[in-house]
Design a protein around this ligand. Sequence first.
Ligand SMILES: C=C1C[C@]23C[C@@]1(O)CC[C@H]2[C@@]12CC[C@H](O)[C@@](C)(C(=O)O1)[C@H]2[C@@H]3C(=O)O
Ligand SMILES: O=C(O)CCC(=O)C(=O)O
Ligand SMILES: [Fe+2]
Length: 384
Amino acid sequence: MPPCTHRPAAQQHKVQDRRQIKINAMVVPSAAPECRAAAAVFCRRGIPTVDMSAPAGRGELSRQMVRACAESGFFKAVNHGVPPRVAPRMDAATSAFFAQAAPEKQLAGPPNPLGYGNRSIGTNGDVGELEYLILHTNSDAVAHKANAIDKKEPQRFSQVVNDYVEAVRQLACKVLDLLGEGLGLRDPTSLSRLITATDNDSLIRINHYPPSCATTAQERHLVAPPRCTAGGGATNIGFGEHTDPQILSVLRANDVDGLQVLLPDAAGDDVWLPVPPDPSAFFINVGDLLQALTNGRLVSIRHRVVASTSKPRLSTIYFAAPPLHARISALPETVTAGAPRRYRPFTWAEYKKTMYTLRLSHNRLDLFHVGDGDAGGGDDIEQE
Ligand SMILES: C=C1C[C@]23C[C@@]1(O)CC[C@H]2[C@@]12CC[C@H](O)[C@@](C)(C(=O)O1)[C@H]2[C@@H]3C(=O)O
Ligand SMILES: O=C(O)CCC(=O)C(=O)O
Ligand SMILES: [Fe+2]
């Protein structure tokens, strides 16, 4: 029986230390005995899956969630409670936007950093095989941008987006409260309160990936369409590897594959693990801020999207963020003699400013690591 691929938090890899990365579509570990015991949900298909309806009770649910976020920084949430019509309505509204001609879509751009963008990601030279919309989740900001996105029915578009944001915000809060309980926080709601503050800085991003040009050209015996580079490009990166900077990301996509997460295999080598698509589920990513708030106990997950060869991929990601002035500092319960404070306190505004100067793949949280001898006691979450 192969060993469990999930390892204790203390042994977590640092991406910059990784020895070898294998792209491994076969990383489907069968359940090892140690995996069956505490959380049978782990190791079954390689992707931690959490049933949010809590069949084994809330205590077990919060333990499973902490375990998934400490060992992988990632899990698939099923029976999540998001009303069934919310996501299909969002997909229909955003697909209609992407179906328009380029000049129409460009009215909602350029991404500065919000708005419509095509191929270029950020301002530091990253590119991917996608087009996208990034919106602030504030309803005034959505209403303003909706005028350029849906010129016929901007109010309807706003309503669909607001409904979606409200549903995924509730899911994110449920996850953060359960994590707060599982981590034994004195105030288990302190994490969710960061993202429900009226001036929270959360974003919604919709990514639209065309089918991979190289393979479709070969398959259909067509000449390469204009987007394809000479030679077709072997990797076809849709969205390059990165961690999400915010607290938590809630991702949903259509039935097209492409998402991959970087996790260690049985030998401890980091491998890109393909995440099988499931439009009925939400995928939860731990972001950099949650790693900092929990003093590294929960880990922000490195992920990427490889362009699919089949149909267009449509994904919608809610990035739950605190207000700009929120002070991010390790929660006192996560700082102990054995786990001294890892990151110096910073504001989200400071982190964001740094992040926009860096490439997508940068390990930006490392820049906030305390030097030897700097580590102090934990601080409460504060807003300046
Ligand atoms: C290259 C960049 C794009 C990004 C800002 C950054 O400078 C580094 C972080 C990137 C990222 C990744 C997660 C989200 O998709 C995003 C909206 C975010 O908050 O951080 C993007 C940024 C972006 O595309 O503007
Ligand atoms: O489009 C996806 O499925 C994931 C994209 C992503 O990771 C991001 O936008 O931060
Ligand atoms: Fe991401």
